[in-house]
Write a protein that binds this ligand. Structure first.
Ligand code: HPA
Length: 247
């Protein structure tokens, strides 16, 4: 079996898939953090891998940038490969003054200027929310790791280069934490297909203070975030065990 955009065989994906935007980050995570990772798809260079974290099976695959790209891969993973949960791991531009570079943002909800959830919801406003159990286990792990964390709304933008000069101020007024480009679409499709989803975002730049992570720190910060996410999922019982490979 394969889908238009994924060439893996049935059963090659674990039931939990981490999705960074960048396929090379997926490869980096598979090669440096997971044990025994195997590449299982690379259509259009959007590579995906399955390996083990502390003995527990997990997959990682790139989503590309933006809701349309991420929706293609996430839909095919859930509908055709039986994936039960998707954890977006990415970066966001901070809007909230309280956030610093390297802080984690857990997107409990995702606002958007994209029309995808209105298309799904007969023109009405769908409240795009993260799965509560996933949120809870990641909050608990961040506390154990003493990692600075904010939980709240993000904004999933269609345009990285927005012509709207008031956007960031409006988001700040509404206490939106930061801007990224995928979570609202991922939450909408997870609701549609009965899967679990959450987006975990490292603050890579601050949009009101013109600060940004140097690339050396970016890699280290993202690796630390992925370890936290994997430990959180493991302790929440979301990774496959030897007894139950696809738990
Ligand atoms: N906009 C959208 N997505 C992002 C940003 C941003 O400023 N920073 C990191 N991801």
């Amino acid at each position: 079996m394969s889908t238009p955009h994924i060439a893996a065989s049935p059963g090659q994906f674990a039931q939990t898939v981490l999705m960074p935007g960048d396929p090379l980050r997926a490869r980096h995570i598979a090669q440096t953090l997971l044990d025994g990772a195997e590449e299982i798809t690379a259509v259009r260079s959007m590579c995906g891998f399955t390996g083990h974290w502390k003995g527990h099976r997990v997959s990682v695959m790139g989503s590309g940038m933006g809701i349309p790209s991420a929706s293609i891969y996430a839909t095919e993973l859930i509908r055709e490969y039986g994936v039960k949960r998707i954890v977006r791991i990415g970066t966001c531009g901070a809007v909230a003054d309280s956030l610093s570079l390297g802080d984690l943002v857990l997107a409990a909800g995702a606002c958007t200027d994209s029309g995808v959830n209105r298309t799904r919801f007969r023109g009405m406003d769908f409240a795009a929310i993260a799965d509560f159990d996933l949120l809870q286990c990641l909050v608990a792990q961040a506390k154990r790791d003493e990692q600075r964390l904010a939980v709240g709304n993000v904004f999933s933008a269609d345009l990285f280069y927005s012509p709207d000069t008031q956007l960031v101020d409006t988001l700040a007024r509404m206490n939106v934490l930061g801007i990224e480009m995928e979570a609202a679409g991922l939450y909408g499709l997870a609701a549609e297909f009965g899967a679990q989803a959450v987006a975990v975002l490292a603050v890579s730049d601050h949009l009101r203070r013109a600060e940004s992570w140097p690339s050396s720190q970016r890699q280290l910060g993202l690796d630390a975030m992925v370890r936290l996410v994997l430990d959180g999922l493991l302790s929440g019982g979301f990774l496959g065990s030897t007894k139950n490979p696809d738990g």
